[in-house]
Design a protein around this ligand. Structure first.
Ligand code: IVH
Length: 667
């Protein structure tokens, strides 16, 4: 037994070493299975000896419980944006400006890839990873520490212990990892994620780190932020330090003494970048010397010592073979081009949206045309133009169908003359399917087991023709479906049953109200609290809400005036679907902690950690993990260490458990 502490220490060292070999050096020394065995052994030992668990243990990367919401953190130094350039001449102009400001001194530039991900700040206090935050508005961002810990190449502790080290970098996702995630999502009937950057941003905003771990996020660091206890004089030294401290630093970094060298290197990446396993959207050119940087200073928006050189979106020429029309959940018809597959920015493009009738006619795009298609790493393919000069005469003008290609109902042009709509409503199975998909999706009612395939079957067999029908499904009905076993039918029914309690916000998000997405749904639920109140609200009342403009107010009002929507809502109510949103009840007589961030540290006598944190949230406050000057107060129990010290240093009030009880009026 007494061996446990030694073995735990040894395992941690081994795991850190192999993590680094795998993720930072890309030279694994052991198989994934052997690695998992080490991790399992560590987890076992820690389960038997919980007193040995430390926050920097590799076992803690994914173990955390979901967080309740995001805490805002103020950056120690603003995270500024950078100016963009697109042409070599603009880089020469950048060079001339710098030389002028530095009175002609020689300058060394460091050129790096511009990784297309999400900027992040990572704080290490006393050598330990304490807080990681998104850029946000540049001054303050969201604390996403729980998710960042799931990135295996992110060091949880450093080999040295400077008082403060802030590393800055980019969290990204490899293209192949996005494809993997998307295959899994599609199999589960979830929408695929659009591109690596959006997916990265979305993943960092997940509340549950176990979900985030599945997204396989990656990291490159490319700069130092605030430092205390270390001194660095140049960017290259900073990068070397980051590397020595175990941070992943991109290997494609080159210094140049002339701008022509910079330009040649940038251009050399214009096509080579497609061979990288991750997306880049340009190069970044930085002055190496920190003293020169200081003299160059910053403009209101961005530092003068750095510039981005963006790659032009890659274009390709291909044939538009046919145009098909898709029907959306509100009946909108969208023309989509089927293209002869063409390789662009590392992916094969074979379809592109043509948006609407106006898009097609203004560009005079015809079936059979050769078209120029564009795709910047991060963007959905876009048809730039048709090559009218390459026409053979065989091209055919596209006519919007007069009737819906799915249900045959008449098609009509909307008020603005841009969009054609199918008038079939719930008689159009394509529309019904889209409505159900939107209803069942994760951020709406999140119906486990109700994926695309099942929805198609349910609608095609006529078992489901509207949202309320979903709640009328029975075991017998489900068993009529092909390849539906009793077990999965049972599971699906339970999945459906469970969603009755989701509450008003999620219900509204799922109801296909034009312009009402997840956040507006949330807003409405908070404002009105019940469907009843919302349904009877006048358009003027709706547009008084902060965040609801006149168009949105009109669309919400129109939806609730529609007799079909009112009927569906009535049916859902009768079927037992919850139509209210409860504001979390505050304990009686409790103090109001609204907007206040509280940190609990050390071991408490009366409360479990989760218990006191839940109490703080019930009182309207946020429970945070680290102390900053935005912390309202710290509740410190026994063995409270660095957090209490930090609070004292920042002049943040520290309370004992008893004082906290008194403060919240609970004694
Ligand atoms: S340096 C003040 N280096 O590009 C300079 N940024 O539009 C700090 N980015 O928000 C940024 N790769 O998210 C730097 N090698 C790199 C980068 C990089 C990607 C991103 C970063 C920043 C954005 C600037």
């Amino acid at each position: 037994m007494s061996k446990a502490p030694e073995r735990v220490a040894e395992l941690r060292q081994l795991i850190d070493h192999h993590n680094r070999k795998y993720y930072v050096d890309a030279q694994p020394e052991i198989s994934d299975r052997e690695f998992d065995k080490l991790l399992d052994e560590l987890k076992d030992l820690e389960a038997k000896h919980p007193e040995l668990i430390t926050p920097d243990s590799p076992s803690q990367r994914v173990g955390g419980a979901p967080i309740e919401g995001f805490v805002t953190v103020r950056h120690r130094q603003s995270m500024l944006s950078i100016d963009n350039t697109y042409k070599p001449e603009e880089l020469r102009e950048f060079d001339r400006r710098i030389k002028k400001l530095l009175s002609g001194e020689p300058v060394t530039y460091v050129v790096e890839l511009k990784i297309d991900g999400v900027a992040i700040s990572l704080s290490y206090e006393g050598g330990f990873f304490t807080v990681g935050a998104t850029r946000g508005d540049g001054e303050q961002g969201d604390d996403v520490t729980h998710n960042l810990k799931t990135i295996r190449e992110l060091p949880l502790k450093l080999p040295e212990k400077p008082k403060l080290l802030e590393a800055r970098g980019e969290v990204y996702m490899k293209r192949e990892d996005l494809a993997k995630t998307n295959r899994e999502r599609i199999a589960k009937g979830l929408e695929p994620l659009i591109n690596p950057r959006n997916s990265t941003a979305g993943s960092l905003k997940l509340l549950d780190p176990r979900e985030c771990a599945k997204r396989r996020l990656r990291l490159f660091t490319y700069a130092l932020g605030a430092l205390e206890g270390i001194d660095v004089k140049t960017h290259l030294d900073g990068l070397a330090l980051l590397k020595n401290f175990g941070f992943p630093v991109n290997p494609h970094i080159e210094p140049f003494d002339t701008i022509e060298g910079v330009i040649a290197y940038c251009d050399s990446w214009a096509t080579k970048r497609n061979d990288l396993p991750y997306d880049t959207d340009g190069m970044v050119v930085k002055v190496n010397d920190f003293e020169q940087r200081r003299r160059l200073g910053t403009t209101a928006k961005s530092p003068r010592w750095v510039v981005a050189y963006k790659f032009a979106a890659e274009q390709g020429l291909t044939k538009l073979e046919s145009i098909e029309v898709q029907v959306g959940k509100l009946g909108t018809l969208t023309p989509v081009a089927n293209l002869t597959p063409v390789k662009l920015a590392g992916t094969t493009v074979s379809r592109a949206s043509l948006h609407n009738a106006e898009f097609i006619s203004s560009k005079d795009i015809r079936v059979g045309d050769m078209v120029v298609v564009e795709k910047a790493g991060e963007i959905i393919p876009y048809v730039v133009r048709a090559e009218h000069g390459a026409r053979t005469g065989a091209e055919k003008k596209f006519e919007f169908p007069k009737t819906c290609p799915h249900c045959g109902s008449p098609v009509e042009l909307d008020k603005n003359g841009t969009f054609y709509r199918c008038t079939g409503g719930r008689n159009c199975t394509a529309q019904v399917k889209e409505i159900l998909r939107a209803f069942a999706r994760r951020s709406a009612m999140d119906i486990e087991g109700l994926g695309v395939k099942i929805i198609d079957q349910l609608v095609d067999t006529g078992l489901v023709n509207s949202i309320p029908d979903v709640y009328r499904l029975t075991l017998e009905k489900l068993l009529e479906l092909e390849r539906m076993g009793e077990k999965s039918a049972q599971n699906l029914l339970e999945g459906i049953q469970a969603t009755k309690e989701r509450g008003l916000a999620r219900l509204l998000a799922g109801m296909a109200i034009q312009h009402v997405g997840d956040s507006v749904a949330d807003l409405l639920a908070k404002e009105f609290g019940s469907m009843e109140e919302l349904m009877n609200a006048k358009a003027e009342r709706l547009s008084q809400i902060n965040g609801v403009g006149p168009v949105l107010a009109q669309s919400i009002h129109a939806y609730f005036q529609n007799s079909a929507s009112r009927k569906a809502i009535e049916e859902l109510r009768e079927l037992g679907v919850k139509m209210t949103e409860e504001k979390p009840a505050k304990p009686k007589g409790g103090a109001d902690l609204t907007g206040k961030t509280v940190v609990v540290t050390g071991s408490l006598k009366k409360y479990e950690r989760e218990e006191i944190e839940a109490l703080i949230r019930q009182l309207g406050g946020k429970a945070a993990g680290s102390v900053s000057k935005n912390t309202a107060f710290v509740v410190a129990g026994e063995k409270a260490g660095s957090k209490r010290d930090k609070a004292k240093e920042l002049g943040v009030q520290v309370m004992t458990e008893e004082e906290f009880d008194q403060f919240i009026g609970k004694k």
